[in-house]
Design a protein around this ligand. Structure first.
Ligand code: EPZ
Length: 417
């Protein structure tokens, strides 16, 4: 199994290009199921999860083109087999995003329940509840959701909690439903807005994406479209946190500074100097960072997907920080691994108290999930000596060419067996 070997203690310098967003590309790929016409996507990142989604769609009968220079063409002229099997769903929870589009387009779907994951139980009850409100019937047999509906009909759906993929699934389903749908307590994440913009380019009638109330007027059919996936704000934030921790001066291009509000605010608090352009961000850090306390929240609050990277930053910062995780019940797995590098972290319930230390020491560590592995990379870039990160398949799910990009910024990093 591949590992990453990092020799830390070097500042980062130069320019890095931000990739397209994983968490926008995945739901947008599922939107291809809503029409028989071609959906041509640009700025699609080269990631394990994108390949998994492409495989899942191909098994349903979707024509999936070769991904070249960020372009990927999908066409669901016919959906012969509206099913998402356990073997693929267990490797990627986002597979549940086919449920709404399949029900809307085919009137039936058989989708494996995703089950829990390292960061939490992650049920999909809100997805099911919303689709039932639109008239779908569900049964669960041997770990599979069997769903059917002659034609979905519009409904007013108030979600019990803010759920990103729940909002996305219901929004996609509602585009072909009979009548109007109102989604209350919707997720306001930029990835939801990106999906809505793609659906509108396909002829859907969606209003209010980015607010907590989304209105969709169902239409009989959707057309094809060409759409450019937004930049990845979590990848962007990860590189910014790496510079704030390791020091240096870096310019990120093809970025979207205007959707990074809470992350940039926290980076300012560390003492980093940040300047932004329309699609670029420059960060400079010449001293030891200051500790920053935070509490994760749905957008526009501080992203849970940035918590681990900031914990690594706080491990070497001046001062003590308190970090509260409010979205997932088990998202501090990286803390034990950071302690192996000499970090001083104590956890009580959903709050971690991090006391910064002068120096981390390289060691062998293990990745447990996507963002936890990113935090070990940040810590490895700062730690004295060598850090060897095992199970980096987690990283490949969500970061395009990470070691290549970091080497370009002067880091000593290599993939080893
Ligand atoms: C999306 O997951 C992202 N994944 C996650 O990113 C991200 O951490 C999360 O949103 C929160 O921002 C994708 O977009 C593919 P939720 P999602 O439904 O939609 C509970 C990464 O690192 N809940 O918003 O699955 C749930 O358990 C990944 O890139 C229910 O109880 O998250 C959680 O506590 C990790 N019932 C909370 O809501 C439901 O039906 C928010 O989860 C749905 C959710």
């Amino acid at each position: 199994m591949d590992k990453l070997l990092i020799t830390g203690g070097r500042p980062l310098a130069g320019e890095v290009r931000v990739s397209g967003a994983k968490n926008a590309a995945l739901p947008i790929m599922c939107a291809a199921l809503l029409t028989g016409k071609p959906l041509v996507l640009d700025n699609v990142p080269r990631l394990m999860d994108v390949r998994t989604m492409a495989k899942l769609l191909a098994l349903m009968g979707v024509e999936v083109g070769n991904q070249e220079n960020g372009r990927l063409q999908l066409q669901a002229a016919r959906v012969a087999n509206p099913e998402a099997g356990y073997e693929l769903v267990k490797t990627m929870r986002a597979s549940v995003l086919v449920l709404g589009p399949l029900l809307a387009r085919c009137g039936r779907a058989r989708v494996s329940l995703p089950g829990g994951c390292a960061i939490g139980a992650r049920p999909v009850d809100q997805h099911v509840k919303g689709l039932q409100a639109m008239g779908a019937e569900f049964s669960v047999v041997q770990g599979y959701m069997n769903a059917s509906a002659k034609r979905l009909r519009g409904a007013r759906i108030a979600m019990d909690m803010v759920t990103v993929t729940g909002t996305e699934n219901l929004m996609m389903a509602a585009t072909l439903a009979e009548g109007d749908t109102v989604l209350e307590n919707s997720a306001r994440e930029p990835e939801v807005v990106d999906l809505a913009n793609c659906l509108k380019a396909m002829g859907a009638r969606v209003e209010g994406a980015g607010t907590d109330v989304i209105r969709i007027e169902g239409v009989p059919s959707l057309s094809g479209a060409t759409y450019r996936v937004m930049p990845d704000r979590i990848e962007t934030g990860t590189y910014l946190a790496a510079v704030a921790a390791a020091g240096g001066k870096v310019r990120l291009t093809h970025a979207a500074p205007d959707i990074l509000g809470a992350t940039l605010e926290k980076l300012h608090e560390t003492g980093a100097r940040i300047s932004t352009g329309t699609d670029s961000i420059e960060i400079e850090m010449g001293a030891r960072p200051k500790s920053v306390s935070l509490s994760t929240a749905p957008y526009p609050g501080f992203a849970t997907d940035m918590q681990a990277q900031f914990m690594a930053l706080d491990c070497v910062a001046r001062g003590t920080a308190s970090m509260t995780e409010t979205i997932f019940e088990n998202r501090f797995m990286h803390a034990q691994e950071l302690q192996r590098l000499g970090a001083d972290i104590s956890i009580q319930g959903n709050t971690a108290v991090v006391t910064g230390v002068e120096r981390l020491q390289g060691a062998k560590v293990m990745a447990t999930d996507l963002r936890a592995s990113a935090s070990l990379v940040v810590a490895g870039l700062v730690a004295q000596g060598e850090t060897l990160i095992d199970r980096i398949y987690h990283l490949d799910r969500g970061y395009e060419a990470l070691e290549h990009k970091l080497s370009g910024l002067g880091a000593k990093i290599a993939r080893v067996r």
